[in-house]
Design a protein around this ligand. Structure first.
Ligand code: UDP
Length: 234
């Protein structure tokens, strides 16, 4: 599959056109950003680990009947995916308190939530990706009420499937972010599922094995991505 014109370059990935208008290539970079891109850095080999991790997780979700944009892994850093009209909503699912939920609601980090908590954020850098509710989604015309219902259902199913998969690899899925898009009118799970957008803790030691190591300068960042990749891909 030939890589053609660059369509879009984001913080961690580049999208390229292919000779098929329905398919695009996601190229995973080593660049990392945090705190609205105020903090920037490189995590060596992150692109390779993230491409592999995401490919394995999308394959697994696909086998379980979840509709995703994933077609196949092409190379170390490239993945072939279906072209999406992205829905500008970041869908966060939480199983334990951490990050912005801890800050917003005054929960100390690491409390198990009785039920998964789902949140929507408006994907708009200029506004700092604010937390929004279903009414705001409707007000902004981001998705139809029917799509919102499907997104909720799909995100909770993905949570159950990923939790189970990761648990057997000694990883706790604390929280994660998903993005959805439309492909010929069909709602598909898009983007990536990697330690950049998931909080993953070691089941025994509760050690953080995700981008929080970069955000909070905890050290051993590359090692954490490598270890997650080893546990998920082997
Ligand atoms: N997340 C993400 N992209 C964002 C914001 C959050 O991938 O722009 C992920 C983040 O890695 C975490 C989850 O979504 O796994 C919840 O993040 P939170 O709202 O706690 O924000 P944070 O404090 O991480 O900025």
């Amino acid at each position: 599959m030939e890589r053609r014109t660059k369509i879009y370059e984001g913080k961690a990935k580049i999208l390229y056109e292919t000779d098929n208008p329905d398919l695009v290539i996601q190229y995973f970079k080593d660049e990392a950003t945090a705190f609205d891109a105020k903090k920037r850095g490189i995590i060596e080999q992150k692109g390779v680990y993230n491409n592999r991790i995401s490919s394995v997780l999308f394959e697994y979700l696909k086998r379980q009947g979840v509709r995703t944009h994933f077609v196949r892994q092409l190379s170390d850093r490239e993945m072939l995916v279906k072209r999406l009209e992205i829905i500008k909503v970041e869908v966060v699912v939480r199983n334990m308190s951490a990050g912005s939920l801890s800050k917003r609601l005054g929960f100390e980090e690491g409390i198990a939530l009785a039920e998964p908590v789902l949140e929507f954020f408006y994907k708009e850098d200029a506004l700092g990706d604010p937390l929004i509710n279903d009414d705001h989604v409707r007000l902004l015309g981001l998705a139809t009420p029917q799509e919102v219902r499907a997104i909720r259902k799909r995100a909770l199913l993905v949570n159950e499937l990923l939790r189970e998969f990761l648990e057997t690899r000694d990883l706790i899925l604390v929280d994660f972010k998903l993005e959805f898009g439309r492909h010929h009118g069909q709602l598909l799970l898009g983007d990536e599922i990697t330690p950049d957008g998931c909080r993953l803790w070691d089941k025994q030691t509760l050690e953080k094995m995700d981008k929080d190591r970069f955000r909070r300068d905890l050290g051993k960042v590359e090692e954490a991505y490598q270890e997650v990749c080893r546990r998920i891909c082997e």
